[in-house]
Design a protein around this ligand. Structure first.
Ligand SMILES: O=C(O)CCC(=O)C(=O)O
Ligand SMILES: [Fe+2]
Length: 279
C-alpha cells in the first residue's frame, strides 16, 4: 500500500493509485493521539454491551456463534463531535472532491470493533455494490471504470497482520466483480496495516474484508463511506440526528449529509420555475 503523510497526500497521486494502482492508500498525520483516544473511548463505551446490531458479510461468524466478537456502532455523528471532524477533515474533503465530484456525500459513518478471537468477514466489494454477488440485479455491463464509492478507515488501534488489519487484493478494483472461492482471496491478499490515527483510503470495488483478530487486543476503526451526490446513501443520517445538529451543521457537513441535493423531491409541490440547466 502506498503511504502518504498529511504533507505529501495529494489528490492526483492518490486518485491514480485508487483507480490504476493497488486500489488503497495510507495517509498518516491527519488526526492527533488525543482525537483518536476520544473517538476510541466513545466507540468502546457504545459497544460494551453485547446487544447485536445489524452487520454484513459475517455469515461465517454467525454460523460459528461469534457475531458477538464483531461489534458495530452506527450513527456516530450523533455520538460525538469528533466524528464530524473526522468525516469532514479538510484533507479528505480535498481528495474526495477530486475523486467523487465536488458535491459528493457521505453514506455512512460507523465503527467496526473486532475483539480478540473475532473471525473477520467474507471477502466482498462495498456499497453501492454490496449485493454484487447478485450481479443480475444491477445494470448490464456495470463496471468500476469511474468511482461510485470511496471508503475511509480511521484506525483506532494498531492494525497488524495479527490483529486482523483489513485484507485486500491490490489491483482487484480494475474489474468490478464479487470475489468467489476460485479467486483464492486469502492466498493473495495484502493487509492495510497502520498505527492508531492512520487512515486507510480505498476504492470500495477493491476486494477486501476484515481479517481474523488473532491478537490479544481489540481492533477498531471508524469506517466512513463516501458517494457521488446521486447515489442512495446507506444510513439515513438526517433522520437519525437531532434537529439542533442539522440546524448547526457546517457547509461541508450539510453537503456530506446530502442536504444540498434535492432529489427525490415532490416536484408537483416544488417551487415553480426553471431550476436547472446551463442558463
Ligand atoms: O473493518 C474492516 O477491516 C473492514 C470492514 C468492511 O469492509 C465492511 O464492513 O464493509
Ligand atoms: Fe467492506
Amino acid at each position: 500500500m502506498k503511504r502518504f503523510t498529511a504533507e505529501t497526500a495529494n489528490p492526483k497521486d492518490i486518485i491514480d493509485e485508487l483507480l490504476h494502482g493497488g486500489g488503497a492508500v495510507a495517509i498518516s498525520g491527519l488526526f492527533s493521539p488525543e482525537e483518536i483516544a476520544e473517538a476510541r473511548a466513545i466507540v468502546m463505551e457504545h459497544s460494551e454491551e453485547t446487544a447485536e446490531k445489524v452487520t454484513h458479510f459475517q455469515g461465517a461468524a454467525a454460523e460459528e456463534g461469534k457475531l458477538n466478537l464483531q461489534r458495530r456502532v452506527w450513527n456516530l455523528l450523533g455520538k460525538g463531535e469528533i466524528f464530524s471532524r473526522m468525516a469532514a477533515h479538510p484533507k479528505l474533503m480535498e481528495i474526495l472532491r477530486a475523486f467523487l465530484g465536488t458535491e459528493f456525500i457521505m453514506g455512512s459513518i460507523a465503527a467496526n470493533r473486532i475483539l480478540p478471537g473475532g473471525p473477520g468477514q467474507e471477502p466482498h466489494v462495498d456499497y453501492p455494490y454490496w449485493d454484487f454477488h447478485k450481479p443480475e440485479t444491477h445494470p448490464i455491463g456495470f463496471n468500476g471504470s469511474f468511482p461510485m464509492n470511496a471508503q475511509v478507515s480511521v484506525l483506532l488501534d494498531p492494525f497488524t497482520k495479527e490483529s486482523g488489519a483489513t485484507g485486500y487484493v491490490p489491483g482487484s478494483q480494475k474489474e468490478l466483480r464479487y470475489p468467489g472461492p476460485e479467486d483464492k482471496f486469502f492466498d493473495r491478499c495484502e493487509q492495510m496495516t497502520g498505527e492508531p490515527g492512520d487512515v486507510a483510503l480505498f476504492y470500495g470495488v477493491t476486494w477486501h474484508c476484515a481479517m481474523p483478530n488473532n491478537a490479544d487486543h481489540d481492533r477498531s476503526a471508524i469506517l466512513i463511506q463516501y458517494l457521488p451526490k446521486w447515489v442512495k446513501p446507506m444510513e439515513d443520517m438526517p433522520a437519525a440526528l437531532p434537529k439542533e445538529f442539522l440546524d448547526h451543521a457546517s457547509p461541508d457537513m450539510r453537503q456530506l449529509l446530502g442536504l444540498n441535493y434535492p432529489y427525490p423531491e415532490v416536484l408537483d409541490a416544488a417551487r415553480a420555475g426553471n431550476t436547472e440547466g446551463r442558463t
